[in-house]
Design a protein around this ligand. Structure first.
Ligand SMILES: Cc1cc2nc3c(=O)[nH]c(=O)nc-3n(C[C@H](O)[C@H](O)[C@H](O)COP(=O)(O)OP(=O)(O)OC[C@H]3O[C@@H](n4cnc5c(N)ncnc54)[C@H](O)[C@@H]3O)c2cc1C
Length: 373
């Protein structure tokens, strides 16, 4: 059968592997002109470890994982050290969990895809029509096709979700924060540390291939064009202007630089959908059930959903309506559990008030005393 996947990231690449391996003809369309690089190291955890094992990629993920780094200083708004953070206190759900850069995982997933999968970059779906004989698709490059299944794996701002299920506002819930990342130039000695003031955390860490800055900020939902990078750079600069200490002025310059690599900015949001299937269209990964960056479970869910959808759909001989109840039964409880983790992440990463910040720092000091960091 013919399967079309929109999006070539964690969810889309995993889905391409599974559908092709189960004997289907697979086409992947990706809006960008290649795999999108960048991002902080992400976690492959829990059920995704089993998925990675069945995909045959676990040994390579293990080989290329990020080694959790030295404990780092935690700073107050004036840049003075108030605690120490050792990521090993929080990083893993179980001993088997792995942290790896997005770029390396993307490459590993790509290498695991059978060679007959067709990739079409710089292309999106322009329209979908679910007709009797399959889904008729028009692409932005003027081509057309017919598919037995269309999988939306195109992220939080999913195009397939919008075309098949309705507007983003019906499904995406702002989780109260924004995140920004940028790779830092190696032209100075950046201190690896984390500075927090109420509602704002700025960190510099090694992201596997060099220093990277991260900003997490509490903010109500803002109206902006998520494709307008200049507008995003101005927003980040405004958020960071609250702090003048430490190396924040240099970090602001790095975020403002249009030539800087690894730039990423998005809302921290969750996707909640009563059903992830409609007709012959399904949405997986952030498109269908984003758990929010603060959960640390986005990649795990994307990989698990791809395997679950491909196997359940194949068991039902390509009848998505028949497969749908079993698919939801197999995935829904895990999605709910992972989405709940995001509520635990916020008070650790971005305490909202000075009191919450003091309590967080005290808990870091207690961990350091207990674990001997
Ligand atoms: C550049 C980047 C950096 C990220 N950094 C982090 C991070 O630091 N920490 C973290 O927890 N999560 C990060 N994420 C999100 C993380 O990858 C996902 O939460 C998770 O892995 C689930 O993956 P996904 O495949 O569902 O979505 P995503 O990884 O968001 O991938 C969606 C893919 O769909 C493509 N796409 C979008 N619109 C269209 C369209 N109209 N047509 C075709 N293709 C389309 C995108 O270009 C992208 O390749 C990042 C995502 C990106 C794209």
């Amino acid at each position: 059968m013919d399967v079309l996947i929109s999006g070539a990231s964690m969810a889309g690449l995993s889905a391409a592997h599974w559908f092709a391996r189960l004997g289907h003809r697979v086409t992947v369309v990706e809006r960008a002109n290649g795999l999108r690089p960048g991002g902080a190291p992400i976690d492959v955890r829990g059920r995704a470890i089993g998925t990675a094992q069945r995909m045959g990629i676990l040994p390579r993920i293990e080989e290329e994982k990020v080694r959790i780094l030295e404990p780092g200083p935690v700073l107050d708004g004036a840049g003075a050290q108030v605690a120490t953070l050792d990521l090993r206190w929080f990083a893993n759900e179980t001993e088997a969990d792995v942290e790896i850069t997005r770029d390396r995982l993307n490459r590993i997933l790509l290498d695991a895809i059978p060679k007959d999968v067709v990739f079409r970059f710089r292309t999106s779906i322009a329209s979908l029509e679910d007709a009797h004989a399959g889904v008729r698709v028009a692409f932005t490059d003027g081509q057309h096709g017919r598919y037995d299944l269309v999988v939306g794996a195109d992220g939080l701002h999913s195009n397939v979700r919008k075309l098949a299920f309705g507007p983003e506002k019906d499904y995406v819930r702002h989780f109260g924060h924004y995140v920004a990342l940028v790779d830092l130039p190696d032209d100075r000695d950046w201190q690896r540390a984390m500075l927090s003031v109420p509602g704002l955390t700025i960190a510099v860490r090694d992201a596997g291939d060099g220093p990277q800055a991260m900003m997490l900020v509490a903010s109500p939902e803002l109206a902006y064009d998520y494709r307008d990078l200049d507008a995003q750079r101005r927003m980040i600069d405004r958020f960071l202007s609250r702090v003048d200490a430490w190396q924040v002025p240099a970090l602001r310059a790095a975020f403002r630089d249009p030539a800087a690599e690894g730039f990423y900015f998005d809302s921290v949001s969750q996707t909640h959908m009563p059903s992830w299937t409609r007709g012959r269209v399904a949405v997986i990964g952030d498109a269908g059930h984003c758990a929010a960056l603060l959960s640390g479970m986005g990649t795990t869910l994307a990989m698990v959903a791809a395997e679950t959808l491909a196997t359940t759909w194949s068991e039902h001989e390509g009848d998505l309506a028949a497969a749908s109840p079993t698919y939801h039964q197999r995935l829904r409880p895990y999605v709910e559990q992972c989405q709940a983790f995001a509520h635990q992440g916020a008070p650790i990463m971005v305490p909202a008030t000075q009191q919450a910040l003091d309590e967080r720092n005290a808990s870091f000091r207690a961990c350091a005393a207990t674990f001997g960091t």
